[in-house]
Design a protein around this ligand. Structure first.
Ligand code: FES
Ligand SMILES: [Fe+2]
Length: 404
């Protein structure tokens, strides 16, 4: 039996996972988190195609399973939408409606769900003195407590003072506001090296003063027909694909200076600007500027891309096993933000890169769904950060302690 099992192709093992075996029970999923990247194969295609594994990721990586010990922070709003008392921003992540609100200088996060009959309280961004439900008019203070409700004459077993919106742990980092659906007061990851590197772009300032140097100009969402991990792995190949897929961007970067570094729960890739006076129709030297490029990925689902005069923060939002949204928050340095030609050319160059990435991610997803692929290989010196991502993911999914 043992010999027979060892010759069953991994792909077939995956098919059985796809049909109902959970991540925990499938020790034969073909990825060994203890192997060194140089001798490790990439996770099997079922990681990218199995509805069950996708459901377990929702529970154990993104916090739907409250009994899990995991503690991942998810970006949910922009700080500049909350920078004055009364301002709020709402959103939905994996079907969880949430809202952030500035309550007299304190940022709070709640489930965006009325405690009467569960209607959504607010949409989008705005400013208010209280949160009023559009359904039957229940009104909540900005600290989440019920302030007013009408027509409740005769109600029993009801104490207005005990009714409040359900809160979610929140945290600010730089221009982003984060949620932690586990609600166990977990600490935010230590991003010391990233914070230090960000200072180079902020004239020595702390990342929480990002808004003093860069101004938000646009947020947009790209939908990609691939699993969310395909999107991240495209980011985590250590620049491997840049010279082949992004010829415009490649012309602006000094590929010899490209460095790839890994930290406890994030990675940083960086490159100096190209020394030659590069020409390209699709990108331009000025966009990268003298300080070059810094690309950071922070587990599980967000990235920082910063150049001398523009920056974008990406949030990778799983939609279903084959579909992912990437939210782009674009910022420009205040010294350039009024140069409309620069801004529009910068946005266009970024859009071009994303279109190239979208096409390849969708191609990869088709390959992962094909019988022609089981699992692949890492280029160790570059893709060790993708391997690290897979180890972190394995740890969350299996709830096992792994020495990384
Ligand atoms: S559901 Fe909000 S007041 Fe009724
Ligand atoms: Fe890319």
């Amino acid at each position: 039996m043992r010999a027979l099992r060892s010759i069953i192709p991994v792909r077939h093992a995956c098919r059985s996972i796809h049909q109902g075996v959970s991540f925990d029970k499938s020790e034969r999923h073909g990825f060994d988190p203890h192997s060194h990247v140089s001798e490790s194969k990439t996770p099997p295609s079922c990681w990218y195609t199995s509805e069950n594994i996708f459901e377990e990721e929702k529970d154990r990586v993104f916090g739907r399973d409250k009994s899990s010990n995991n503690s991942n922070w998810i970006p949910g709003a922009l700080w500049n939408n909350l920078d004055e008392p009364g301002k709020y921003e709402s959103g939905v992540f994996l079907n969880e409606p949430y809202l952030f609100v500035n309550d007299e200088g304190n940022s709070r996060a709640f489930y965006n769900v009325c405690q009467h009959h569960a209607a959504k309280l607010v949409n989008g961004c705005g400013s208010a003195n209280s949160l009023t439900c559009p359904y039957h008019g229940w009104q909540y203070k900005l600290d989440g407590r019920l302030q007013m409700a009408t027509k409740l004459k005769g109600i029993k077993n009801f104490k207005a003072s005990q009714i409040k919106l359900k809160s979610i742990d929140s945290h600010r980092w730089g221009p982003l506001m984060f949620l932690n659906f586990f609600n166990q007061q977990n600490t935010f990851p230590d991003l010391k090296v990233l914070n230090d590197r960000m200072r180079i772009f902020l004239q020595g300032d702390h990342v929480d003063n990002f808004h003093k140097h860069y101004q938000h100009v646009k947020t947009c969402t790209y939908r990609v027909k691939s699993n969310w991990k395909v999107v991240l792995e495209n980011y985590l190949d250590g620049g491997y694909h840049v010279r082949y897929l992004h010829k415009g961007l490649d012309a602006q970067l000094d590929s010899k200076s490209y460095t790839v570094e890994r930290f406890e729960n994030y990675s940083i890739q960086s490159a100096a600007p190209s020394k030659e006076s590069s020409r390209s129709e699709k990108d331009f030297k000025d966009r990268i500027g003298d300080l070059g490029a810094l690309y950071a990925y922070i587990y599980p689902n967000w990235m920082v891309n910063i150049y001398t005069s523009m920056a974008d923060f990406n949030v990778v939002v799983p939609v279903d096993v084959n579909t992912t949204d990437i939210v782009y928050h674009y910022f420009f340095h205040k010294s350039r933000v009024d140069d409309l030609d620069f801004v529009s050319r910068g946005l266009e160059a970024s859009h071009q890169v994303q279109m190239e990435d979208t096409e390849i991610c969708e191609s990869v997803q088709m390959g992962l769904n094909s019988s022609g692929y089981e699992n692949g290989y890492y280029a160790p010196e570059l893709e060790h950060i993708a391997h690290h991502f897979h180890q972190l993911l394995y740890k969350d999914l299996s709830n096992k302690r792994i020495n990384l």
